[in-house]
Design a protein around this ligand. Structure first.
Ligand code: RP5
Length: 172
């Protein structure tokens, strides 16, 4: 898990509790990543530098999270040819989260950002690993195992509900 495949960035350290979910998934699936803070508004030069150097560092996908007037994912997408996954974060300066969602989602033609759900950093990690897995057979196989384990969990809980009934499961 040494060579970096995924770059995780966020506008502020206050986004970390949400964004760490992407890092946790990548660790689980053993995909290398780096994680740092890059603010589109407070450190625009750092953002330009990060996006410009990402490819040569071995990054294949960027996950960018931000809240409120969430310009980081879109601006990074404008500065790189790497795929960018945007995570809208419900932050202290969000009205209700829709501001972050729409800031990241409603990109102009030519500069796409693959936007996940509000606070959906785990799905961003899963999507990034899927992109890496499309070209890396080992990671692709791990993603298949991950999907199989999800399926097994649902089948197990379906069996439990059918056998015990909902009252026993809810303790009513
Ligand atoms: C955004 O503003 C950040 O991504 C964060 O979600 C939000 C609040 O930042 P802090 O004021 O907590 O640093 O740019």
């Amino acid at each position: 898990m040494s060579d970096i495949k995924v770059g995780i960035i966020m506008g502020s350290q206050s986004d970390l509790p949400v964004m760490a979910e992407a890092a946790k998934f990548l660790e689980e699936i053993e995909v290398g990543y780096e994680l740092t803070i890059v603010s589109a508004h407070r450190t625009p030069d750092r953002m330009i530098d990060y996006a410009g150097k990402a490819r040569e560092k071995g990054i294949k996908v960027i996950i960018a999270g931000a809240g409120g007037a969430a310009h980081l994912p879109g601006m990074v997408a404008s500065l790189t040819t790497l795929p960018v996954i945007g995570v809208p974060v419900k932050s202290s300066n969000s009205i209700d989260g829709w501001d972050s969602i729409l800031s990241i989602l409603q990109m102009p033609s030519g500069i796409p950002v693959a936007t996940v759900a509000l606070n959906g950093a785990k799905n961003a990690g899963i999507l990034a690993a899927s992109i890496v897995g499309a070209f890396d057979e080992t990671v692709g196989n791990r993603m298949e195992a991950f999907k199989r384990s999800m399926k097994a969990k649902v089948e197990d809980s379906a069996e439990e509900v059918e056998q015990k009934g909902w009252r026993e499961i809810l303790g009513e």
